[in-house]
Design a protein around this ligand. Sequence first.
Ligand SMILES: NC(=O)c1ccc[n+]([C@@H]2O[C@H](COP(=O)([O-])OP(=O)(O)OC[C@H]3O[C@@H](n4cnc5c(N)ncnc54)[C@H](OP(=O)(O)O)[C@@H]3O)[C@@H](O)[C@H]2O)c1
Length: 297
Amino acid sequence: MTLLVLGAGGLLGSSLVRHCLERSIDVAGTYHSTAPAFDIQLENHDIRNTAAFQSLLDEHRPDTVVNCAALTDVDECESRRERAFEVNGDAPGELATACVKRDVQFVHISTDYVFDGNTTEPYDETVTPSPIQVYGESKLEGEKAVRSASRDTLVTRLSFVYGVRGDTNELIGFPAWVRNTLQAEEKVPLFVDQHLTPTRAGQAVTTVLDLLEQGATGTYHIACRSCVTPYEFGKEIAGLQGKGEELVAKSTRSAVTRDADRPAYTCLDVGAVETELGRPQPTLTEDLQNIGEKLAV
Ligand SMILES: NC(=O)c1ccc[n+]([C@@H]2O[C@H](COP(=O)([O-])OP(=O)(O)OC[C@H]3O[C@@H](n4cnc5c(N)ncnc54)[C@H](OP(=O)(O)O)[C@@H]3O)[C@@H](O)[C@H]2O)c1
């Protein structure tokens, strides 16, 4: 496999590059504002520039492109609606179309925020999305555009992504924030009225590579098997850290004011990917044990 990672400067993209290198997959990448520290071919690229992307395809001749680039700041998307739709909605369709024309497999990364959260049962891939904020709307447009380029593309939805950057080995996301706050011996107020299935970046990219090796196409949810509140997530982190569990406090979403609404419940049903790969997705505890050395004090 010869793979081109779009958004190799982000958490997921850098993790994907790292896992490709570990599997001896021939990999190149693109970045937006800051180049990741990898000794591979890296190009500065804005995914909205379709002409430049076509040149990249001609130059690198990948057999697979994985789009990890996106405008991921959910609140920023509210105030930058046009840009959100350009980056998350239009560009993925253009990228997929260019790949399909060259017989290159295209993988797109999407989100649990395409759902409205008005449920108490994990969402499987057959549920019709109904986003409640600009980020989710723009990501849903991206999914649709990719599928209309070809049904043989692969679209994966992740939830509440955290993990270790592939280049710097730095822990990013919710567990890093909880760890740092507890280490500062400050209180950590966490929501008890939101449910999600956190996705560890390293496990997500492993799953994507396994799906690719198997020739899977269509839409798959990739996440841990545990549907938890941020409060329960934080408690597990504090437990592994061995310090500060008493500082983890219950809070509710109404305690904070943010530009974008968050769905109350976006747990993902991971049954389809488990059936496809013939193995279970990890529990949250297993995922956290994987990054245990980053949490221990
Ligand atoms: N983070 C989550 O909780 C979460 C949850 C579900 C799904 N996802 C999805 O997972 C994927 C990966 O997200 P992540 O967590 O790795 O986020 P991330 O660390 O923010 O990475 C996204 C990358 O996209 C780049 N980017 C932004 N605009 C771009 C543009 N116009 N052209 C090219 N690159 C651009 C960013 O570069 P700059 O920073 O330099 O602009 C950044 O490196 C995204 O599709 C996201 O929607 C994320």
